[in-house]
Write a protein that binds this ligand. Structure first.
Ligand code: SF4
Length: 417
């Protein structure tokens, strides 16, 4: 990479503001408070997908009442542990998993009742539930809406029956389309996920599938590249030589095609894998990516919370049975917390914030880390990365280019001492 001078405008301006530099969420990047969220983890699925490394488990039977009680108790303990100056109306609540559409709607209602009784919900609170597109799950959509859910995120994953079988999914394309239609008839905000760069998929095949996706007129869609994660069945198959995925060039072509087509229809790529119409961005994920505060409850849930000038990370017991046991015996599923030091806060903030098209706000960085971006980043490296077309410096901070977002880990490791 060429070396360039530290002179402006390549380096970060000394004075930063909130002026827009383009992109859907630049204005939002200037907001002072990235918000408070709540994540609720439901750890069960009807089967384990071979690519999945989430904290998801298959059990013969689940005592819904017992699990519902435990989630409410874990939530009440977690709320009691949050200092009153941090507790404020929630920007977002996210029921994730696992498959939360296997939860009894009464559990969702009970969780929301706790929050409502404490004045933590308002008309703006985004309340998302992740759903599998099976017809059985779709039958519960109206009950989730009645409980208070106002946004549904559906794991469609592919619009190709052979690919769905390959991904180990229990639904087919028709079922997914029916579930999507039912979700749209029930909720004003609906998102769905797909996985591309699958075994045997050519860029041409993805282009055709992408057209079918876009013909569904999504207001928000998540398009993830298949990654083979350690500890999954796909990982073992790949290690044995029984599974291959498209090469880097084909995967890059698929990503470029995705960006191009979404741009053409004005579906903004506000994050590496997430696309939305203006105002339809997932507020919950924005809390993570902007390093806001969130409470995590349920097995394996993580939280992050401002504490004085610092930041604390919390985690709940990961194993469902261990978590349940802890809640029933001690009133909380809390396992441990850790005060994050400034270098860790800086790394987290860059790793998360540089995924976003809007980038990292210099103001928020300084408040979060206790040092300015100018003092934290290695200036020569930043200049090199800007010169190389990987990063941009804006009025409000720094951000990655499309090229930079492809090599995020390397880029962050280069920027920090
Ligand atoms: S449904 Fe989702 S959480 Fe459950 S095993 Fe499949 S990918 Fe993992």
């Amino acid at each position: 990479m060429p070396s360039v001078s530290l002179s402006m405008p390549v380096s970060i301006p000394e004075s930063v503001g909130t002026e827009s530099v383009g992109g859907v969420s630049d204005q939002a990047a200037g907001v002072e408070d990235a918000g408070l969220g709540l994540y609720v983890h439901w750890p069960f699925c009807i089967s384990k997908c071979p690519y999945c490394d989430f904290n998801s488990h298959v059990r013969d039977s689940i005592d819904q009442e017992r699990w519902g009680r435990a989630l409410v108790n874990d939530l009440e303990s977690a709320l009691a542990a949050v200092s009153t100056d941090v507790l404020r109306p929630l920007l977002s609540i996210f029921f994730g998993g696992g498959t939360p559409s296997l939860m009894a709607p009464e559990t969702v209602a009970a969780v929301l009742d706790v929050l409502s009784s404490r004045g933590l919900l308002n008309a703006q609170t985004e309340i998302t539930l992740e759903a599998n597109p099976s017809s059985a799950d779709a039958e519960r959509f109206a009950a989730y809406r009645d409980a208070g859910v106002n946004r549904l995120s559906i794991g469609v994953q592919a619009l190709d029956n052979e690919a769905l079988r390959f991904l180990g999914r229990a639904h087919d394309v028709d079922e997914a389309l029916d579930a999507l239609a039912a979700a749209r008839a029930t909720f004003s905000r609906v998102s769905f996920d797909l996985i591309y760069a699958r075994t045997g998929q050519s860029p041409q095949a993805w282009r055709a599938e992408l057209e079918r996706v876009l013909a569904l007129a999504p207001a928000h869609v998540s398009l993830y590249q298949l990654t083979i994660e350690h500890g999954t069945r796909f990982y073992e198959a790949q290690a044995r030589g029984n599974l291959t995925v498209p090469g880097d060039d084909d995967a890059a072509t698929m990503y470029e095609d995705t960006l191009l087509r979404c741009k053409e229809i004005k579906l903004a790529a506000y994050e590496v894998s997430n696309f939305a119409r203006p105002g339809e961005e997932c507020r919950h994920n924005l809390i993570y990516w902007r390093s806001g505060d969130w409470i995590g409850v349920g097995p394996g849930a993580h939280g992050r919370m401002g504490q004085g000038d610092g930041r604390v990370a919390t985690r709940q017991w990961r194993s469902p049975e261990k978590w349940l046991d802890a809640v029933e015996n001690t009133g909380t599923g809390f396992e441990a917390s850790e005060v994050l030091d400034a270098p860790t806060r800086a790394t987290e903030m860059l790793m998360m914030g540089l995924r976003l098209t809007e980038g990292v706000s210099a103001k928020r960085f300084e408040r979060m880390v206790g040092e300015t971006l100018q003092d934290t980043l290695i200036r020569d490296r930043l200049d090199d990365l800007v010169e190389g077309g990987f990063m941009e410096v804006s009025q409000h901070g720094v951000r990655t280019t499309r090229q930079g977002r492809n090599v995020l880990n390397t880029l962050v490791s280069q920027l920090l001492p």
